[in-house]
Every structure is written in C-alpha cells, then in structure tokens.
Write a protein that binds this ligand. Structure first.
Ligand code: EPU
Length: 435
C-alpha cells in the first residue's frame, strides 16, 4: 500500500499554482456528450483521480478524450456505443447520475449505477431522480442500477428542496436539449454552475441565470462542440491558503481568483490572517496571532463546505475558542478523530452551534465543532477517510513535530493534482513510500 511520509515543523513558503477545478472539469466532460462534435477544454486538470474516473466512464460509452501537447483536453462523442455505464463505476464518484440526460437524449435509454463519492453524509440523489421523472424519464431502481427510458424529455417547472449543486447541474444538462422551457427554482448558483452554463451557451444552448436562485432553460434541438477554459480550483486555493497561514508561512497562490473566494477572504481577514490580491494570484501570510472565529458553512455565496476542513485545521492554531457549524453535509467531521490523535483540541456536537438551526438540527449527527486553540500537533500514523480530510492530514503532518505516515492517499489524489510536488515546492518534507 502506498503512503506519504511527512516530517513536519517548518512553515510553508514560496509559490504554488492551483490547477483547473475538479468539480467543473467532470461536469464539462459530461455536458460535452450532449453533442456529437468535439469540445476543447483548456487548463484541464488531467492528473486528478476524478478526471481519470470521468474519462474512463465516458470512454466506456464511446467518447474519446485526448490530451494535446499543450495540455488541452479534447473530448469527442460522435455517438454513444452503449447506453449503459458499467457496474464497476458504481460508487466511485458523482458523475454517472449526470449522464442520464445525455444518454436519454441521444439513445432513448440510460442504465447508470448508483453514484458514490466521499462518505460525508447520506448524499441521496432524490432531487435528481424526481426532476428527471417530471421531465419525462421513466426511472426504475433495480439493485445498483437506475434503468431509465424516455419517449422524449420536456421542460418543466422544478422547485428544488435545497440548492443542490449536482441536481441543478443535472437539470441544466438535461433541459438544454429538452423540448420547451425548464424553470429551476431554488437552484444552486456556485461559480462552477455559471461556468457550466457559459460552456453550454457556447454550444448553442439558451439559459438565463435569473435573480433569486432561478434558472430558466429554453431547450434547443441540437448543440455543437465548443471551447472552454477551466477556472482555477477555489477549493485547492483555499486549502493552500489555510496551510500557509496555519504553518505561520507565506505563500503566493498563482491563479487564486478573488471573485470566487470573497467569503473565504473576508473570513480569513476577520481571523487575523492576511492576504494581498496581486496580478496573477493571491499571497496569503501569517501576520501575528490568529483570532478564534465562528463560522457556518453554506451554499454559494456562503462559506463552502469544502473549505471547512482546512479552516478547522487553521483554527487549531488560533487563540481561543472557535466554532464551525456544518450545514451542507450532516457527517463531514469524520476526519476530526485523527486530528485529535495528533493533539488538536476539537469537540463535536449534534446541535447547531454558533448560529441558526439547520436541516440537521433533529438528527443525531455531529455537525458542529468547537476548536480550542492553539494546539501543538505531533506526528502520527493516520488513514485518510475522504478527499478534503486528506489534504488536511497532509498539512497537519507538515505542521506537526516529528514524522507522520499517512495511508489512504488515493482519496487526496482524486482531488489535488501533483500534490507531492506542490507541497515539496513549498518546503514540506514529503515522500511516497510503500507500507
Ligand atoms: N441532496 C439531497 N438530495 C439530492 C441531492 C443533494 O438531499 O438529490 C443534499 C445532499 O445530501 C447534501 C446537500 O444536498 O446534504 C448538498 O449536496 P449537493 O448536491 O449540492 O452536492 P454534490 O453535487 O453531490 C458537489 C461537489 C462537492 C461539494 C458539494 C457542495 C462535485 C463532484 N461534488 O457535490 O464536492 O461539497 O457540491 O458544494 O461537484 C469535494 O469536492 O470534496 C466535494 C464533496
């Protein structure tokens, strides 16, 4: 089994360039299959586990994915060779469910396995399935598979119970080629969704981003290939930012984009961390004591749930008592146990702390954390349970006194491209070993 060995104790210094967004490239690849002509994605993060899985999934359906010499991705699906996503892609990531729309439009049927991804909550796909049914898909769940057929998909008025990113994307992708108009109320409005809409518009779609979380899609009869630039990953940028400050370091994050990170930047400043917005990126640095802070995760434009883990780690180095209330996933503090083992003082609570009541107030799930800082961390042998936890463990190990061995590294490789090289470039002593 592969593992990372990290010898910690030094601040992170230097420059790191963030890759294209993991949670956008896979959606662009799926959306490209709506058309029979080729699409081109610049700044595509090729060397990510998530991109590789998505590549294999669409390749199994007849798409070709190529990397040109300058690192650009070319995706071409002249026709679907099958309507079935093979079973071995079940539970790997969130992508198969998004292929129902393209498969139904182009073949009239779709057999897709249940989606997977990190174990951070129940992660049902009921909003996706309800919307697809309303639009004219007949969907049956048998074993691990959704079996879907249609005699034509039609625009509908869909009100999402929660602004789900994946469900919004699924409906947009499906509605782009459905007959008539689809209205999504309470839609997710993350920057990655705007990018998906921009790409689809280049392909020939008609999509309005209205006010108040309302998106209106007028179906068209065909879409053509298009070129799109994959925006820099704002989760990766925030992860390195917290790492820089938590280690009392100073890091210039090339490509970090202020507009997609406004809430994160305000929250950093309130906690006493500082940054300079420069041409081509953002410099983050420690400028003295960090203050405790209370935050709640939320859908965009709130504080992202995917920023929560590096933020918690940074707060272990702040003076006093910080609170984090996770309101997007009911079970996203699973990583805390190993941090406690490393010396972090963090307590978890089932109640909604520090702010308003959330959807999880009546569940027996620890979804609030209180962090008592600052804590001295010590090296440990730890296993990564999920992607964002993975990055946090690497950084915790980089802050800690002594050596850490970290297993389960495939989780972190799914979402952070060239992570070893990037950390090494910032002065972290990291090597890949067999254990
Ligand atoms: N939800 C439902 N029913 C549904 C869909 C969602 O109840 O049909 C609930 C979920 O259980 C969750 C909440 O709605 O409590 C939000 O889920 P959402 O659908 O927004 O998440 P997702 O599309 O599955 C994407 C990212 C996540 C990111 C979330 C929130 C991808 C591949 N994943 O997930 O990224 O945390 O949006 O922004 O885009 C990560 O990168 O580490 C990651 C987990």
């Amino acid at each position: 089994m592969e593992a990372f060995r990290i010898t910690g104790g030094k601040p992170l210094h230097g420059k790191v360039r963030v890759s294209g967004t993991k949670n956008l490239i896979s959606k662009l690849m799926v959306a490209s299959t709506l058309s029979e002509s080729e699409s081109v994605f610049t700044n595509a993060p090729f060397h990510l586990g998530e991109t590789e899985i998505t590549h294999e999934i669409i390749h199994s359906l007849g798409a070709t994915v190529k990397e040109s010499e300058d690192g650009t991705m070319l995706v071409h699906t002249p026709k679907f060779s099958t309507s079935k996503v093979p079973e071995h892609f079940a539970m790997l990531n969130r992508i198969p469910i998004l292929l129902i729309g393209p498969l139904l439009h182009r073949t009239g049927k779709a057999d897709v396995p249940l989606p997977g991804g990190d174990k951070i909550g129940a992660r049902p796909v009921d909003f996706h399935i309800e919307a697809l049914k309303k639009m004219g898909a007949h969907v049956e769940l048998k074993g691990h598979f959704y079996h879907c057929v249609t005699d034509g998909l039609r625009g509908q008025h869909i009100v999402l119970p929660f602004p789900s990113v994946g469900a919004t994307e699924n409906i947009i992708i499906t509605a782009a080629l459905a007959s008539g108009t689809t209205i999504i109320e309470n839609a997710a409005v993350e920057p990655e969704i705007t990018e998906l809409v921009k790409y689809l518009q280049k392909m020939g779609a008609i999509i309005e981003l209205d006010t108040n979380r309302r998106i209106v899609i007028e179906g068209v009869s065909a879409l053509h290939g298009a070129e799109h630039h994959v925006i820099p990953d704002r989760i990766e940028a925030a992860s390195f930012a917290c790492a820089a400050v938590a280690s009392k370091g100073d890091v210039f994050i090339e490509e970090a984009d202020q507009s997609a990170m406004l809430t994160f930047l305000n929250t950093m400043r309130r906690a006493g961390a500082d940054f300079d917005i420069l041409d081509g990126g953002i410099r983050f640095y420690y400028k003295g004591k960090l203050h405790a802070a209370a935050i709640e995760t939320d859908v965009h434009p709130g504080f992202m749930t995917d920023w929560q883990q590096p933020w918690v780690l940074m707060m272990t180095q702040a003076e006093g008592l910080s609170v984090v209330h996770e309101t997007v996933y009911e079970n996203r503090f699973g990583y805390v146990k190993e941090l406690q083992k490393m010396g972090a003082h963090i307590e978890l609570y089932n109640s909604c702390l520090g702010g308003s009541e959330c959807r999880f107030s009546t569940l027996a799930n620890p979804h609030s954390a209180v962090i008592f800082g600052p804590s001295k961390l010590k090296g440990a042998n730890i296993e990564i349970p999920d992607l964002r936890a993975g990055f946090v463990y690497l950084i915790a190990a980089a802050l800690a006194q002594g050596e850490s061995t970290i297993t389960g590294i495939h989780h972190v490789l799914r979402g952070y491209e060239h992570i070893e090289q990037k950390l090494r470039g910032l002065g972290v002593e990291i090597e890949r070993i067999e254990v």
